[in-house]
Structures are given as structure tokens and as C-alpha cells.
Design a protein around this ligand. Structure first.
Ligand SMILES: Nc1nc2c(ncn2[C@@H]2O[C@H](COP(=O)(O)OP(=O)(O)OP(=O)(O)O)[C@@H](O)[C@H]2O)c(=O)[nH]1
Ligand SMILES: [Mg+2]
Length: 305
């Protein structure tokens, strides 16, 4: 691996924010050295990854902020990855001074990065995995990953997290119905945020029933009410997160699923490396004009040419 990349990784490991930011940019944009950087990552990380997901506007960023403040009081070192944030105001507004200050230190407490990875090669999840892997190389205790939506991509990337917080809000209506689509499987904790709204009790109650029906003798998914904007319920939430992290046994099944998908993509990309789509198109055009065209024979021949 080139000397400067080795140095970059060393600096990332020592907690240099600038180097980490550069490393992420290299991975995000697949710049020179992208592959070597990923190939040299270690797997003995201390950082725990906490996923925060939920519908747009549920208060995920506000919740992340509140959790940050909570854990900062315990001197935790934290990284935040906000994926495709539509309202990035929070982190800047509350932590602005800290972020600006910390740029000048080599051992800062918080690192924050937004990713706008929609449309990225290999899909959203492919990039988040790579970026999270780079961030894990830094000396963090916790990595918080905020993703919008309660859909397929969240189910896909759930394997990233050691603990997944699914954030719901009362005004989202009959959320519980949509929960059946995989969310129950990925949630380690349910948060009913905006509990200052009246209808929160109904949602809370329904989630409790759902969690209870799904419970095993030794575990039931906690359902926690929060008012993130007023720091209410945050201590309880942080305690629930810690409890899950501390009691984790083997790696979760969802991680195997994520990594096997990722591995499949990597193998696919490697296998396809020497296949030029433009050349394929040109040759296809020629073949189509040749009179005796058979698509299947053509593909086979092209692959072997
Ligand atoms: N009343 C009330 N408002 C809240 C609460 N938490 C967050 N909000 C407000 O809800 C709005 C959305 O909060 P965000 O934290 O940006 O929500 P988000 O889920 O990160 O939104 P996206 O990233 O855009 O999906 C903001 O105006 C917050 O101030 C809460 O507990 N109660
Ligand atoms: Mg947000």
C-alpha cells in the first residue's frame, strides 16, 4: 500500500479528524487508493455502532443530539454519520462550537459527517458499510448512524448496528401497521418520540403489545417515550442502549445477512471488472446485423472473448 495511505490510516487510528474526513471522501468517491484503504482495515474495533432510523421528521437528529450530550458528559468519544439528512441543522446548531474547535485537536470527542449517497454506485447500503468501516478505524467508543425512512434500505443496513433504535412519532398515524414489514426484526429499541403530543400514549400502548407478543422468555424489545427536543427520556434510552450493548452475545444474524450481501456485491464487482459495456454494445450491434444472431450464444461467446 502506498506510503501516504498507510500514514493516512495511522492518523485515522490516532483520531485525526482531517485524515478521517479524507479517508471517507476517498471511499465515498472511489478515488485513488480506495481499494487499498479498505483492504488494510483492521477488525479489532472497540467502537459500537448504534443505528437510529425512522420516518422523515420523527426527530432522529434531535434524538442523536440529546444522546450526544448525554454521552459527552461521560467523556465518550463519538462519531455521527448522518445519511442523506434533509434537516442537518441540529448537529451544527448545538455542537457548532465544539465541532469547529475540535478540528484543531488531534484527539477530539466528536466527529460528524453527513453522507448524501443516494444513487451511489452499488446502492446506498454499499457505501454506508464502507464509510462506517473507515470510521470504525478511529478511536471512538460509539458510532451513531442516522438513516431516514423505515423501508427496505434500513432493513438492509440493520446489520451494521450493534443496536438499532427505531424512532416513531404519534402523528405518523397507524405506524404499527407498517411495522410488520421487517422493522420488528431490526428494532432493538422502539422510541416513541414527540411524547409531548397527546396521541403518543396510543402509539406507545400499541408498540408495547407488539413487543410483548414478540417477546422471548429472556428478552422483550423496550419501548421508550422521549421528548427529544426537551431531553426527556434520554437517560432511560441511553440506559437501554447500554444494556443491549453489554448483553450482546454472538454477532446478530442480521449482520451475517448484511455481510453476505456485501460480499456478494464485491465478488460481482470483481468478476465484472474486465467487462466493458460499450464494447459489448458495439459487438452486439455487429452480431445483430450478421444475419444469424442468437443472444445466448452471443453472451457466452462475449464472456469468453
Ligand atoms: N414537539 C416535539 N418536537 C420535536 C421533538 N423532537 C424533535 N422535534 C422537532 O421535530 C422536527 C424534526 O426533527 P429532526 O430531529 O430534524 O427530525 P429527523 O427525524 O432527524 O428529520 P429528517 O432527518 O429530516 O428525517 C424539528 O422541528 C424538531 O425540533 C419532540 O420530542 N417534541
Ligand atoms: Mg435528521
Amino acid at each position: 500500500m502506498p506510503v501516504d495511505l498507510k500514514q493516512l490510516l495511522d492518523e485515522i487510528r490516532r483520531g485525526n479528524f482531517r485524515s478521517l474526513a479524507r479517508g471517507i471522501t476517498i471511499v465515498e468517491n472511489e478515488l485513488n487508493g480506495y481499494e487499498s484503504l479498505l483492504l488494510d482495515l483492521k477488525e479489532n474495533h472497540q467502537a459500537k455502532v448504534i443505528g437510529i432510523t425512522g420516518p422523515p421528521g420523527a426527530g432522529k437528529s434531535t434524538l442523536v443530539n440529546a444522546l450526544l450530550r448525554h454521552w459527552l458528559r461521560q467523556n465518550k468519544k463519538i462519531a455521527v454519520i448522518a445519511v442523506d439528512p434533509s434537516s442537518p441543522f441540529n448537529y451544527g446548531a448545538l455542537l457548532g462550537d465544539r465541532i469547529r474547535m475540535s478540528e484543531f485537536y488531534t484527539n477530539p470527542g466528536i466527529f460528524i459527517r453527513s453522507l448524501a449517497t443516494r444513487g451511489a454506485l452499488g446502492g446506498l447500503s454499499a457505501k454506508i458499510i464502507e464509510v462506517t468501516d473507515i470510521v470504525k478505524e478511529g478511536p471512538f467508543d460509539l458510532i451513531l448512524v442516522e438513516t431516514v425512512g423505515v423501508g427496505q434500505s434500513e432493513v438492509e443496513i440493520a446489520g451494521l448496528a450493534d443496536c438499532t433504535i427505531v424512532t416513531l412519532v404519534p402523528e405518523a398515524g397507524d405506524e404499527v401497521q407498517t411495522l410488520k414489514a421487517g422493522i420488528m426484526e431490526i428494532a432493538d429499541i422502539f422510541v416513541v418520540n414527540k411524547a409531548d403530543h397527546e396521541e403518543a400514549d396510543g402509539l406507545f400502548h400499541n408498540l408495547r403489545i407488539l413487543a410483548h407478543n414478540k417477546a422471548t422468555p429472556d428478552s422483550e424489545i423496550p419501548v421508550i417515550k422521549t421528548v427529544a427536543s426537551e431531553d426527556k427520556g434520554i437517560d432511560e434510552l441511553a440506559a437501554a442502549v447500554t444494556n443491549i450493548l453489554d448483553n450482546q452475545k454472538n454477532f446478530p444474524e442480521k449482520r451475517l445477512h448484511l455481510l453476505s450481501e456485501k460480499c456478494w456485491q464485491l465478488i460481482q464487482a470483481t468478476r465484472m471488472k474486465n467487462i466493458n459495456r460499450d464494447r459489448m454494445r458495439d459487438e452486439l450491434k455487429q452480431a445483430m446485423n450478421s444475419g444469424s444472431f442468437n443472444l445466448y450464444a452471443f453472451s457466452k461467446q462475449f464472456l469468453n472473448s
